[in-house]
Design a protein around this ligand. Structure first.
Ligand SMILES: Nc1ncnc2c1ncn2[C@@H]1O[C@H](COP(=O)(O)OP(=O)(O)OP(=O)(O)O)[C@@H](O)[C@H]1O
Ligand SMILES: [Mg+2]
Length: 590
């Protein structure tokens, strides 16, 4: 954001990128052309207004013919009617073009974003990304509906206005051109400075708002630590400092605004003064002409000062385009989201060969070191180890969220890099450590494992996941809305929804990242039973924190500090009296 607002000169490259957005206009090019025509006509009719009005005023004398007076008044009315029709067309047509353009841009951005690899997302705050994209798109919307039209209109007003003025009086025009543009531009520059000042205040207000936001989001923490007083003081200090900054700005702003007002009026008085002087000298100028002159001067002055504003708008638009383009230039992990006929049917055998891994966002830490594993199809291995050992990371590599920094992963002997990530993932399922449910019904959340699943399939999956009982206790059953605006489910319930989802998916390879929080005995037994059913006949990797889950595994792998330190069966490892034996003792207690 701050990057966009920084005043920098518009580079040719940046401007070219902005113009390249016009390709999104192509589908509506006739509407766009129509809008430009309507815009030109409505601007020209606006220019006719001072001319006709001045002519009418010139007739304000007893000698004038009534017929001429009536005619000019009627023409004026007609001009305004004309103007109204074309203004309507212009506004509507530009909106048509812009809305289509934005929808295209939004769709392309989202289409691209959703295909970016995990490494892109792990280095960024998603909320920030989201708000940046919507802010950028809003700026572009303003640029294309408003700024572009304003620019064309102001150019027409300035050029047309000066031409018409020279017809009335060349001397007066030259006099006007000496002052008006200078004052208009000066006023705009001052205006910009004023906005800069008020931005400081806004920033400070934003800082205070962050305090409110943070404390309200974590209100249970604030209360649990009885830190209301601390937070109140923090907020008071922050809001009080707004006063100081705002008042300092107010003094400067008051001074600048009064100077601008004075300068503007002084210029207008100057032009009128010189005009009256010319009228009195009898240089063929009539009072009505002077009136035209003043109106055109005001139009031109406003247009010139508006141009400076447009420049800063275009600057912002270039910034937004550049950051959107930067996003669009990020390399997606695969090129198509379509069901590109899965070429590799997984048998279930999984081998890791000397796999080492560092997260792209933290390349200095080696999270996995030289990990070698071999899991025959349909077997079950348990992965245990202290917190931070790299268990979740290992599962992320199997899912190809990331590729190993060194070594390789083979599925049925085929290197993972040769299998399309979507193809791979479609044949696997994960029951993650933290189950995230989407805002929607329970049925929809389960069906996420197999989009388009029938209600019978969903209910059957829920039954197998031991979830049917609690779902049916809700008055609305499967239609119960969960998530932020609905029912909050307990940890064990959420897990069983995730298990149902995985059952629906019917994967060849299954990964269970057991939740660290311990469930009560009944909930644990229910989850356990559901898991047993789910694991049957599939290659399963269980990241376990409970001894009950570990014991029945075909093989236990102990990970510590990113390395495999022990492997073997439960009995064998206990016999070794090593890390696992120690771990088993602590697991037993939970
Ligand atoms: N996205 C990430 N970017 C950078 N480092 C990460 C990322 N995710 C995890 N790590 C780091 O990798 C290491 C292993 O984390 P991981 O989540 O794999 O541990 P874990 O064995 O699953 O632990 P737990 O039992 O607590 O779930 C930790 O040091 C962690 O800080
Ligand atoms: Mg973990």
């Amino acid at each position: 954001m701050s990057q966009n607002q920084k005043a920098k000169r518009i580079s040719a490259e940046g401007f070219r990128k902005l113009l390249s957005l016009l390709r999104f206009v192509l589908p509506k090019k006739y509407a766009f052309a129509g809008g430009l025509v309507a815009l030109t006509i409505s601007s020209l009719t606006t220019l006719a207004f001072p001319m006709l009005l001045g002519d009418l005023i010139n007739l304000a004398n007893p000698a004038a013919e009534l017929e001429r007076i009536n005619r000019i008044a009627l023409i004026l009315l007609a001009v305004f009617a004309f103007n109204a029709v074309f203004s309507y067309l212009r506004i509507y047509l530009f909106e048509v073009v812009t809305q289509h353009m934005l929808a295209g841009l939004r769709q392309q951005t989202y289409n691209h974003l959703i295909r970016l690899p995990m490494s892109f997302f792990s280095g960024r705050r998603v909320g920030e990304l989201n708000s940046r994209i919507s802010a950028d798109i809003a700026i572009l919307q303003e640029t294309f509906t408003f700024t572009l039209a304003q620019f064309v209109r102001q150019m027409i007003t300035i050029v047309g206005g000066v031409v018409l003025l020279s017809i009335i009086s060349v001397k007066l025009t030259l006099f006007m051109l000496m002052f008006v543009p200078v004052v208009a531009i000066g006023a705009r520059l001052f205006g910009k400075k004023i906005r800069g000042i008020s931005k400081n205040t806004q920033d400070q207000v934003a800082t205070s708002n962050i305090i409110v936001e943070e404390t309200l989001q974590g209100i249970s923490n604030v209360k649990a630590y009885a830190n209301e007083r601390f937070e109140l003081e923090r907020y008071t200090t922050s809001t009080n400092s707004v006063i100081g900054i705002a008042l300092k700005g107010a003094r400067l702003r008051a001074l600048l605004i009064s100077l601008i007002i004075f300068a503007l009026f002084a210029t207008i008085v100057g032009v009128i003064w010189y005009g009256v002087f010319l009228v009195n000298r009898g240089e063929g100028l009539q009072p009505g002409d002077l009136f035209k002159f003043i109106l055109y001067t005001v139009f031109i002055g406003a247009s010139i000062s508006g141009l400076a504003d447009l420049y800063s708008q275009v600057q912002k638009a270039v910034g937004s385009t550049e950051s959107l383009m930067a996003l669009l230039e990020e390399k997606p992990e695969f090129t198509t989201v379509e069901e590109s006929g899965c070429e590799h049917q997984l048998g279930g055998e999984l081998i890791m060969e000397k796999v080492s891994f560092r997260y792209p966002s933290r390349p200095e830490v080696e999270v996995l070191k030289n990990v070698s594993l071999s899991i025959p199809a349909g077997k079950r291995i348990a992965l245990v180890g202290p917190s931070g050992a790299g268990k979740t990371t290992l599962s992320a590599l199997i899912f190809r969220f990331y590729d190993p920094t060194e070594g390789r992963i083979l599925f049925d002997g085929v290197p993972s890099t040769e299998i399309h990530p979507a193809c791979l993932r479609r044949q696997m399922a994960i029951v993650p450590q933290e189950v995230m449910l989407f805002g929607g019904s329970i049925a929809e959340n389960i069906a996420y494992g197999k989009p388009g699943a029938s209600m019978e399939e969903i209910a059957e999956a829920a039954r197998k996941a031991n979830a049917l009982e609690f779902i049916e206790r809700f008055p609305e059953g499967f239609a119960t809305v969960v998530g932020e605006r609905g029912v909050q489910l307990s940890g064990g319930q959420r897990q069983r929804i995730a298990i149902a989802r995985a059952i629906l998916r019917n994967p060849r390879i299954l990964i269970l990242d057991e939740a660290t929080s311990s469930l009560d005995n009944i909930a644990e037994r229910q989850v356990q039973e559901a898991l047993e059913l789910l694991m049957q006949g599939r290659t399963s990797i269980i990241i376990a924190h409970r001894l009950s889950t570990v014991q029945h595994a075909d093989q236990i792998v102990v990970l510590e500090g990113g390395q495999i330190v022990e492997t073997g069966s439960h009995a064998a490892l206990l016999g070794q009296n090593g890390v696992y034996a120690r771990l088993a003792k602590t697991l037993e207690k939970t």
